[in-house]
Design a protein around this ligand. Sequence first.
Ligand code: FAD
Length: 283
Amino acid sequence: MTKIDFSLEVFPPKDSVGVEEIYKSLRQFAELKPDYISVTYGAGGTSQGLTAEISSFIAKELSIPSVAHLTCVGATKENINLALQQLKLYGVKRILALRGDLPEGHQLGDFKYATDLIEFINSFGGFDVYAACYPEGHSQSPSYDFDIKVAKMKADLGVKHFVSQLFFDNDDFYRMRDEYSKAGINVPISVGIMPLTNAKNILRMVTLSGCKLPAQVTKMIAKFGDNQEAFYQAGINYAIHQITDLISHGVDGIHLYSMNKPKTAEDIYKNIKVFLNEGSCEN
Ligand code: FAD
């Protein structure tokens, strides 16, 4: 049995109070002993400096491997080259290479797809490159099969690890994993889990990620949506149940979208710790 990775995602806060808070939160996250922490990159490349600084803090101060996200939005070969030099200097050794989504008024730049960025980072050298994958398929892909082809391209370019988009129906993940296996993609996948803790934020999250809401979740919203305490508990239970099922199906890793909230991560972690340490039942 192999140990299952447990990792977290944080995002760079928008204001100075949030920035102060994130370093405190990271120390609390560190107590959960995650295998890595990834740091998002603001849409349009707005938070590049902070992504690098937070990633460096995680790697150097907390001695936890950090994964800095990097996107193609507005990126030139020259500024990606500079960003890579900085990340190297900062002790960051892993990068999640993404295309990103174009906010209004922004352009992609020298890189059209994540695959272009992956190639560039690999030729720069010195980083383990991670990439995104989509259990429900990417919303702009012409077909599900095309999505699998894109994942195969990423794997053939030497991607070391996939991190999945959030989803709420585990069957979507099992289908994707089967298709990857048939396509000869043998890259470990960290499964992205978004805890549902506030009914009001769900619509925005669904719009951003394009993911489906199964009937179980819509019923949960209808029943508990107006009672924050009850909804929080129901959301934590849902995430624990989802993760328990994933682990019993032999996944490689659980990646918690922490939303920068240590309590949420702790409430989930304490209930899944025993399964992570036991390793997977399949594979
Ligand atoms: P790609 O893999 O480039 O795919 C984008 C689209 O282009 C797909 O429809 C694909 O089918 C198509 N495509 C890909 N390659 C080719 C090709 N060679 N030829 C033709 N078509 C192709 N966004 C941020 O802005 N900042 C973040 O920090 C961030 N973190 C994320 C973390 C995770 C785990 C995930 C799943 C997503 C994250 N995103 C982030 C969102 C992400 O940028 C969007 O989902 C974006 O739409 C796609 O990024 P990608 O890297 O998957 O793109």
